[in-house]
Design a protein around this ligand. Structure first.
Ligand code: ADP
Length: 173
């Protein structure tokens, strides 16, 4: 079983083997964490993203990290929250699962996630945190390539939501 940590910080500064980008389906950049990652990585990231032909919500694609301290970026578009009855939870779970599978495929040991979908896409953070923590812990239990997963929360409220979810779910694991 690898380790799971929750920190407050800026994912563009993370020295993980791979950081995850809460992308949009075009993979051509956007606001929030996506914009921050593209700005920090430099224009070569967008050049590589242009070759990928987009990505469906819940799926994941990988690029190099260019000027980022992280070696790779795993791009995954989260679901837009439309009240919770439009398959949002399954799509969000797939984002975490598919990103981690890709990281394992590329033999990455440490992976950092932002809080996917809880910004512009409007997913309530307390709900998103439960799904995220459950998927991450399940994954850490079932393989040994990815040894550390870090949730990088941009603000205190987000960090608190993930800590609460971890307390709730971590105890039953
Ligand atoms: P989405 O479109 O998936 O909702 P956003 O980028 O709007 O994605 O927001 C996702 C989360 O990422 C939010 O909690 C937001 O505060 C956070 N965020 C924004 N910039 C950064 C950053 N540099 N590092 C980590 N998290 C960030």
């Amino acid at each position: 079983m690898g380790t799971f940590r929750i920190i407050k910080g800026d994912i563009t500064k993370c020295r993980a083997d791979a950081i995850v980008n809460a992308a949009n389906p075009s993979l051509l950049g956007g606001g929030g964490v996506d914009g921050a990652i593209h700005r920090a990585a430099g224009p070569e990231l967008l050049e590589e993203c242009r070759t990928l032909n987009g990505c469906r919500p819940g799926e994941a694609k990988i690029t190099k990290g260019y000027r980022l301290p992280a070696d790779y970026v795993i791009h995954t578009p989260g679901p837009v929250y439309r009240g919770g009855n439009c398959g949002e939870e399954q799509i969000l779970a797939s984002c975490y699962r598919n990103s981690l599978k890709l990281a394992a495929c590329y033999e990455r040991n440490t992976v950092a996630f932002p809080s996917i979908s809880t910004g512009i896409y409007g997913y309530p953070v307390s709900l998103a945190a439960k799904t995220a923590v459950r998927e991450i812990l399940t994954f850490l239990h079932t393989q040994s390539t990815v040894r550390e997963v870090v949730m990088v929360c941009f603000d205190e409220e987000t960090k608190k939501a993930y800590e609460e979810a971890y307390q709730e779910i971590g105890q039953t694991e």
